[in-house]
Design a protein around this ligand. Sequence first.
Ligand code: NAD
Length: 490
Amino acid sequence: MNNAARTNAELYEACGFFIDGQWDFPGAARRLPVIDPATEDAIGEIPLARPEDLDAAVRSASSAFDTWRHSHAWERAAILKATARSLRDRAPHHARLFSMEQGKPTVEAERELGMAADHFEWAAEEATRLVGQIVPARPAGTVTVIEHQPVGVVAAFTPWNFPALQIAAKVAYALAAGCTVVLKASEEAPGIAMLILQALKDSGLPAGAVNLVFGEPAEVSERWLASPLVSALSFTGSTRVGRLLAPMAAASLKRMTLELGGHAPVIIQRDFSPKEAAALAGAVKFRNAGQACVSPSRFFVHESIADDFAGEMVAFAKGLKLGAGTDASTTMGPLVNRSRVDAAAALVKDALDRGATLQCGGSQPADRNKGFFFEPTVLSNVPLDSRIMIEEPFAPIAPIVSFGDDDDVIGMANGVEYGLGGYVLCNDEALAARTARGLDVGMVGINNLALAGADTPFGGVKSSGLGREGGPGALEEFLQTKMVKRTVKA
Ligand code: NAD
């Protein structure tokens, strides 16, 4: 494939699927147009996998596993580090193609590529520190060795919102552990998946260790999760889809990691400056147009500062410049597709019908008749039974609720099925610690809204999923324990 592709169409045409170390765009496959969310124009086409393509990918990963599992950890680490270097070196080129298909500003795309590279580096280092244990066994003269072995072929499914980061957070750790991968990446942002696979290939990854397809999501998951050659599922996406896939994986007792939805509360205490809170929270709320599972999405603000905070958030939202991700002046891009725009509009309407106050935004911008844009939106006095306080919004909408009691607010924050991220903005350290302890989430930021990173275990509790990605011990998701007990002859 042409690693210097100038347009998305050129890239997709030169790549297609990656199976057994080869790029292939099967002429007989159905095709799907890829849409630029800023213009609604088709910017190329990708092939959709047929059953024979899905089976070929699994066979390739299964046969590669026989050798990759026995490769030396330093060899695996060298390939992962070279991949990280390639992603960093080529970030400006990759970010432009990536912005065209996904919509985020190129500066955010470059930042995401840097975070993806971090995962490849962290995984490389974890691979070389994967140590076992020797237990002083009984009776004397017996040695018990505990070692870690790769689980096998991993079926990975990654979404469109952070398409580079989420591939890295699965593929890097699976490979580091000695597993091989069949990956169905997002059909909405396929090019960045192709570029990452090419970086792995250029870095010396053996044929078959990672295979990439696109397809009808349900067709792919049904076929791969029914295969006895697949040992594990790693999925990032909605709780709805996670609930469909988990029983399919469980039926054949596959290991599973599920990174699902979130609905992160932000508790802003009376001693925190409303202006500073809006600067911190606004930057994260509207990043990627609110399409992030850890996006702050329910703002519980102490009643003494709630009006001031709402005013500061409105000022922040109005300061954003909407536009195509590839336009250097853009600070917030479009949503990924029409259905996300419709879902955002429906959530705003529901909240207003129930008595919320619209502070700004709330609809598609009047000056744009093309593109999946939605105005950065601030709602206040939002009733707790509004859909937006219950369902994950995945949109640039900040709903504000005021509170008076420090314990009641923890109950309100915990009153949803999700438990991914949560945030506390509070200068009183004891109160901040008590609030953080009370939140039923997998990750809490205190005066800090940057939860994701290669060095942090990312994941949730309750309906937000199972397992963790990144951080110390990130390889565990892809390892199983083997015990060898030996009698030593005197
Ligand atoms: P969706 O539930 O239709 O799809 C979510 C993801 O799952 C997509 O990447 C899709 O390709 C994949 N998918 C869908 N059906 C599948 C199947 N049967 N087998 C395998 N993969 C399948 O939702 P959407 O409209 O694309 O996105 C909106 C919702 O998705 C949001 O409300 C949010 O909850 C969730 N989402 C979460 C994350 C995350 O990072 N946790 C990422 C993207 C989307």
